[in-house]
Design a protein around this ligand. Structure first.
Ligand code: FES
Length: 159
């Protein structure tokens, strides 16, 4: 895989015939590009003959699909049962309460996306969050404001 994400047509061509179920194709597009744009859906509709409205319906039905890019930082709070019973909602509320997030969980300045995910397989460390790809266990809600502050500082250094 090169630096440039594949276009929808290339993604389709790379998929074996027996893996071209629409959900799988949409997953592949999101994996390649980070989100599924309107243009991607138009290209997919043209390639597959599916009405664009049907594809849009699928994307909006499954909340794992994104229609906007992720923020520069990405925090996922595990909402699986073990994490939930150990206060995942408090973690999420503390994080999300620090800023205004849009429907996709992204702040208006693109600084961060905060979302909820299902069990990430580290239940013994509950409650768990994943911050920019790093799993953090036994997270404490009172540390969340500080975590966002640290990310802001790193963000500012990167310019
Ligand atoms: S429920 Fe959160 S890691 Fe399993």
């Amino acid at each position: 895989m090169g630096d440039e994400p594949l276009c929808v047509t290339e993604i389709l061509q790379a998929l074996p015939e027996n893996e071209r179920q629409m959900i799988n194709i949409l997953n592949q597009i999101q994996q390649q590009k980070g989100y599924i744009s309107r243009e991607d859906l138009q290209e997919l509709a043209a390639e597959t003959g599916q009405p664009e409205s049907v594809l849009q319906g699928l994307v909006s039905f499954f909340n794992s699909f994104r229609t906007r890019p992720l923020g520069r930082n990405h925090i996922s709070v595990c909402y699986g049962t073990a994490c939930y019973t150990r206060g995942a909602d408090l973690l999420y509320d503390r994080l999300a309460g620090e800023m205004e997030l849009d429907a996709d969980g992204t702040s208006a300045d693109g600084f961060v996306t905060i979302d909820k995910v299902q069990c990430v397989g580290a239940c013994s460390l509950a409650p768990v969050l994943i911050c920019n790809g790093d799993l953090e266990g036994k997270a404490k809600s009172h540390q969340m404001a500080g975590k966002l502050r640290e990310l802001r500082e790193e963000d500012a250094k990167r310019g």
